[in-house]
Design a protein around this ligand. Structure first.
Ligand code: LLP
Length: 436
């Protein structure tokens, strides 16, 4: 997919770059990002949500999926806004020169320091999760003599079919105020009374890696019913309706995502028809995709080390990374597809399971992968690792985090330097009394 191909030497190429060449130059594990595909995905979202004359749309990229300064530049160039959930993501965006007015700040427990930082930067919107935060923000904005523009995060009570760790729309959730408990109405009333808060609209997010478009149609109904209630009971009209992200992607056999275009059409049509039915003025429609923009654009290259056959049981091939650079299989039993990048033209002959190098039995990247005969030194390419891999990477076992390159038209540019051993100890401190 994307700009991938197989060259005359039988090796996988991405963005016109031979993966063996990338490995020789940058080492492994290596995250490879296909710039063309990132841009195509951004454009597909713009076409699906921002080019309907009937309804105004905005697409904001969810930084948590993958964020670096280079990524912020691409997102800005493609005309998308940004969703950040922490001071660190905000800092990265600002350092990259991202327009603060197009930043939405999420999170269920933003600290006073984070809120201050965002107020000082003059970001566009705070997505306020709860009463504590609402009052805190009102106070901090007051001290600065400004009004903070906010959306309130609402829990619509939609149970999307996805892994329970990434399901967020249900009532019993750490996120947002539920409509069905009356809390959502109460927090809207409260926000409307606070002098340093300017309530612009509502936000919801039902979960991630969602395939059923119907979940979105249903969510729109629930949110519009609530908007209609707010209008009749409080005389409040929302300018913005933010439906969150969550659109699923293909990782492995059995995953069947719809197209971004179909997703956009369903959401737009549901909002248009729903507003007409309820006699509601059209809000500006915001969506915040992360995974579906960056996931398919990332590939991780590993070097195969140990190959261990347990006769009659299983063959393990171990790679030089694992749960440190991709915790998703260990956390969510996520599945991935992969191939041997240096033998991309060879037919599969054996079935192996791909183990990581971390000291955990759960550190398995893929179970039962059909591959050509595998030897130490082969390059394994694991696909669709662009989202929630680098952003969730860790230094367990004091393994440095990998480098990342951006490839396009045969050119590869480093966007994240490989961590060094020196980086690993840079914040370690030996107290004086241990120095004797
Ligand atoms: N908006 C909000 C409020 C979110 O919480 C999220 C994701 C998104 C947008 C973007 O969702 P996406 O389009 O990427 O599905 N670590 C998990 C995923 C956690 C998602 C958290 N929130 C994983 O690796 O699957």
């Amino acid at each position: 997919h994307g700009t991938m191909s197989i060259n005359a030497e039988g090796r996988l190429t991405i963005g016109g770059c031979d993966t063996a060449g990338l490995v020789a130059e940058f080492g492994t594990p290596l995250y490879v990002f296909d710039e063309e595909l990132i841009r195509q995905n951004c454009r597909a979202y713009r076409a699906a949500f921002m080019q309907d004359e009937r309804i105004q749309g905005e697409v904001i990229y969810a930084s948590k999926a993958f964020m670096t300064k280079a990524m912020a530049r691409i997102i800005q160039e493609e005309g998308l806004g940004l969703d950040v959930v922490s001071g660190g993501e905000l800092y990265t965006a600002l350092e990259a020169g991202f327009d603060p007015a197009r930043i939405y700040f999420h999170g269920n427990n933003k600290s006073p320091a984070e809120l201050e930082m965002a107020l000082a930067a003059g970001i566009g919107y705070f997505v306020v999760d709860n009463f504590t935060e609402l009052h805190l923000l009102n106070g901090l904005a007051g001290e600065r003599g400004v009004k903070a523009s906010i959306l309130l995060r609402i829990t619509p009570g939609v149970e999307a079919h996805t892994h329970e760790y990434i399901q967020t729309g249900q009532i019993d959730s750490k996120f947002g105020s539920a409509i069905s408990t009356g809390q959502a109405l109460a927090i809207v009333e409260e926000a409307l009374q606070l002098p340093h808060i300017d309530l612009k609209g509502l936000h919801c997010h039902i979960g991630s890696q969602i395939f059923e478009l119907e979940s979105y149609r249903y969510t729109v109904q629930v949110m519009l019913d609530f908007l209609a209630e707010l209008r009749s009971r409080l005389g409040f009209t929302a300018e913005i309706l933010n439906l969150g992200g969550g659109f699923g992607i293909y990782y492995a056999e059995g995953d069947e995502p719809a197209s971004i275009a179909a997703y956009g059409q369903l959401v737009r049509e549901s909002v248009l028809a729903g507003c007409e039915e309820r006699d509601l003025p059209l809000p500006r429609l915001v969506v915040e995709p992360g995974r579906s923009i960056i996931g398919p654009a990332g590939t991780t290259l590993y070097t195969v080390g140990s190959v261990k056959e347990i006769p009659g049981v299983r063959t393990y091939i171990a790679v030089d990374g694992g749960m440190g650079d991709n915790p998703r299989p260990a956390l969510y039993q996520s599945r991935y597809s992969a191939l041997l990048a240096n033998k991309a033209d060879q037919p599969a002959e054996i079935v192996v399971s791909v183990a990581g190098k971390y000291c955990e039995s759960g550190d398995m990247l893929i179970w039962d992968l059909a591959v050509p005969r595998t030897e130490p030194g082969d390059i394994l390419a694991v696909f669709c690792t662009g989202a929630y891999n680098y952003s969730m990477a860790m230094n367990y076992n004091r393994v440095p985090r990998p480098a990342a390159v951006l490839v396009k038209d045969g050119q590869a540019d480093l966007i994240i330097r490989r961590e060094s051993y020196a980086d690993l100890v840079q914040n370690d401190v030996i107290p004086e009394r241990l120095k004797k």
